[in-house]
Design a protein around this ligand. Structure first.
Ligand code: NAD
Length: 486
């Protein structure tokens, strides 16, 4: 176990925090202490704490169940410390222990403790990584979905919330009542304009609760947009054991990530911010061109690779990108469909970016899983593919690769690969109705899934027909035969 006690006695190859943990104070509260947050935001904040100790982080988990309880217990018994292993595609690696988490709260176990922090003037930023689908936006209407059962329950008892919306808005209500300034709400999820999406979600909830409160939040809180980037795989028990044996640590909570990392953010903070530029964060006026490139190239091609990769039977992303046919299809998608319809930020070559993305996918040391990338595909397709699909349909461009991607996604949802092995696709936003559509054998019903809602206002007849044709080929002859001609 890693605890404060062993910080002075770490193996020589492991770098510890550069500051005295006792001097650190609370400044940020973070919802969703998943792998990405631990390898990204926490990694950046950790680097500025020696000079700016007022920005320590309180982590909050919102989910119920045994796994959540176990994770909370592990954080507490490790004094909220964990190791981060950074690996390069060459296999080079470095290890550090991250110390910026000051506490970990499991919200369902003690909601009042979370609310007390949210109302504490020391907390000036509330950040979150709650997944792409976690903002409860209805893609058809573009609005916050007030019909959600958990949201309805929070609206009935707003002072005893359970959702992130309920917590944040109740925290802001308490601050307003106490005459305190609001905080910045900082989304770090992979969404186009994640700050605007967060604003829509939190204001949508606040409006349904109390119009005056919504107005105060709108005038006093800020929701900066950001582009976040660092590939961070899930840590299985096997990976944990391997990391510990390689690092000479006994860590219950190790994280592994690629050596590449990027964070571009709009400098709109309601109540101060850490000097993250000292750790390499780029502050810009408008994040749009950066997020467009990242989402439409890296994230879009990641799922374009992994939906068919899962079907072929590849467990790891590095195996899928080594397959010349699958890689060639992703290159063609980027070259023919994405790059010609994308504007690069000044000074960035899209061709070089394409090559760097494919190089990053080939990082075998990370052991990143195709099923992780393919998971929550329904939310990811809406975010990562929509602009490219719309431009393709509106410009009457070639639909072959997009149709293939959609077909591969739908076939992947069936949960069996070409080797006959079964797996469990992860679609956290699906209810029974969506699974019925996904598992239907008629090839067309699944086209009604919300994954494809964002371009349903366009003429999709030819695209839909092509998807059905390709699904049949995948089912009868396999993914490789169904790949678009190049
Ligand atoms: P993870 O599974 O390790 O963690 C997800 C966290 O979100 C968990 O703490 C979970 O409890 C919480 N969560 C899920 N749904 C929620 C909800 N509805 N409300 C509140 N909390 C919820 O996953 P991760 O790898 O940390 O990825 C999380 C998000 O980070 C992604 O969805 C993506 O938007 C962003 N991201 C991830 C990567 C990556 O490579 N892993 C890269 C860039 C961005």
């Amino acid at each position: 176990m890693i605890t404060n006690k062993i910080l002075n006695d770490l193996p020589k190859t492991v770098q510890g925090p550069s500051y005295d943990r006792d001097t650190i104070k609370n400044g940020i509260l973070h919802f969703g202490v998943g792998n990405f947050f631990r390898a990204h935001e926490a990694f950046y904040v950790d680097q500025i704490l020696r000079d700016s100790p007022e920005w320590g982080i309180i982590g909050v988990g919102l989910t119920h169940g045994d796994r959540s309880k176990k994770k909370a217990d592990e954080f507490i018994s490790q004094d909220c410390l964990y190791s981060l292993t950074e690996t390069a595609p060459s296999g080079d690696r470095s290890v550090r222990v991250i110390g910026c988490l000051r506490d970990y709260l499991l919200a369902p176990a003690d909601p009042e403790a979370v609310l007390a922090h949210l109302a504490d003037p020391a907390i000036r930023i509330v950040s979150m990584t709650i997944t792409e689908g976690g903002y409860n936006i209805d893609e058809k209407t573009g609005e916050f979905d007030l019909s959600d059962a958990d949201v309805q329950s929070d609206l009935k008892t707003p002072e005893k919330p359970s959702t992130v919306f309920g917590y944040v808005v109740e925290g802001l209500r308490r601050r307003r009542e106490a005459g305190l300034p609001a905080f910045t709400v900082m989304s770090c999820d992979n969404l186009r304009h994640n700050g605007n999406v967060a604003r829509k979600a939190f204001l949508g909830y606040a409006r349904a609760r109390d119009a005056e409160l919504e107005k105060w939040i709108e005038e006093n809180a800020t929701f900066p947009n950001s582009m976040v980037d660092r590939i961070t795989p899930s840590v299985t028990p096997d990976i944990r054991a391997k990391l510990n044996s390689e690092n000479g640590l006994d860590d219950d909570l190790p994280v592994i990530a690629e050596d590449f990392h990027q964070w571009v953010m709009e400098d709109h903070f309601a109540n101060g911010r850490p000097p993250l530029e000292k750790a390499g964060v780029q502050f810009v006026e408008d994040v749009t061109p950066y997020e467009q490139v990242k989402i439409r190239m890296l994230n879009a091609s990641h799922i374009m690779l992994c939906f068919p990769g899962v079907l072929v039977g590849y467990e790891y992303v590095a195996q899928a990108v080594k397959d010349g046919d699958l890689r060639g299809n992703v290159e063609a998608f980027l070259n023919e469909d994405v790059i010609p319809t994308l504007t690069a930020p000044a000074g960035l070559s899209l061709e070089e970016y394409r090559d760097s993305v494919l190089h990053r996918f080939s990082n075998a040391a990370m052991g990143d899983q195709t099923l992780r990338i393919a998971g929550d595909g329904c939310s990811k397709i809406q975010v990562f593919w929509t602009d490219t699909v719309r431009k393709t349909l509106e410009g009457k461009r070639d639909i072959a690769r997009i149709a293939f991607g959609m077909a591969a996604y739908l076939e992947m949802l069936r949960g069996v690969n070409e080797k006959g092995d079964h797996y469990t696709p992860n679609e956290p936003t699906f209810r029974d109705a969506q699974w019925t559509l996904a598992k239907s054998d008629d090839f067309t019903s699944a086209l009604e899934l919300p994954a494809f809602d964002a371009w349903r206002d366009l003429d999709t007849a030819a695209l839909d027909q092509k998807v059905v044709e390709i699904r049949k080929i995948i089912r009868e002859k396999g993914v490789k035969v169904a790949l678009p001609a190049r």
